[in-house]
Design a protein around this ligand. Structure first.
Ligand code: PGA
Length: 241
């Protein structure tokens, strides 16, 4: 594991976007695993900036997002489809057909999960997977539990996660109760993983995830087993590492 701690958000964003840019320079048709949430927003802003300056192109890249709420219309302001379009996709040259997000409106969610894993496999797997981390140690929407699922699956969101995400909705009642998430096995099969964390409120869960025991009650702790894990934090989130 390679832990990099940055004194400012700007430097963290620059380094994370730089790593993704370098990946695309080495392999123009790289497959990127993308995350939503507040943590990667600054990285996406940097990527847009790099793209506008002609430093990177996404023309041959493919992307797979980690998760999507079940039951929100695709064009709902808080769907991850809308998040990715407004934060990244509509500003860069990634072909629309190459950008994948689980379909939270599929008639048969189980079939959708299987289709999604199949597509990732057919694309050759993820080259670089970006991850944020939840306060309860979730990655994607792989919530803590007695066991963790390997493949993409339908999950019941934990109350803590719904509360954390309620800040984006008018009230907690509007936060969906279910989501489709890429599973831990699919995440772990990525060739490399870039875990991002910011802020003092993430310091303790980062310590548990990266320095504590490997435990399904903290799904991110399994990342310790990944041979190519890069961790980028600000000085607050990395304080206990
Ligand atoms: P955040 O969410 O980036 O908004 O903190 C991370 C997560 O819940 O995975």
């Amino acid at each position: 594991m390679n832990v990099l701690t940055f004194p400012s958000n700007e430097e963290l964003n620059e380094a994370a976007a730089g790593l993704l840019t370098a990946t695309l320079h080495q392999k123009a048709n790289a497959v990127l695993g993308l995350a939503t949430g507040s943590t990667p927003i600054g990285v996406y802003e940097k990527l847009v900036e790099f793209y506008k300056k002609g430093r990177v192109s996404f023309q041959s890249a493919t992307t797979f997002n980690l998760d999507e709420y079940v039951g929100l219309p695709r064009d709902h302001a808080e769907s991850y489809y809308t998040f990715m379009n407004t934060r990244l996709f509509q500003h860069i040259d990634l072909p629309e057909a190459n950008a994948h997000i689980p379909d939270g409106h599929a008639d048969d969610p189980q079939q959708e999960c299987e289709r999604y894993d199949r597509m990732i496999g057919q694309a050759g797997g993820i080259d670089v997977q970006i991850l944020g981390i939840g306060h309860n140690g979730h990655i994607g929407f792989n919530e803590p539990g007695d066991t963790l699922q390997s493949a993409t699956h339908l999950i019941e969101l934990h109350e803590e996660t719904r509360k954390a995400n309620a800040r984006f909705f008018a009230s907690i009642d509007e936060v969906p109760t279910k989501a489709i998430t890429v599973g831990l096995g699919t995440i772990m099969k990525s060739k490399s993983i870039l875990l991002l964390a910011r802020g003092s409120d993430k310091a303790e869960i980062m310590r548990r995830a990266l320095r504590g025991p490997i435990d399904p009650q903290c799904p991110a702790s399994f990342l310790q087993l990944h041979p190519q894990l890069i961790v980028m934090t600000d000085s607050e989130a990395g304080r206990l590492l």
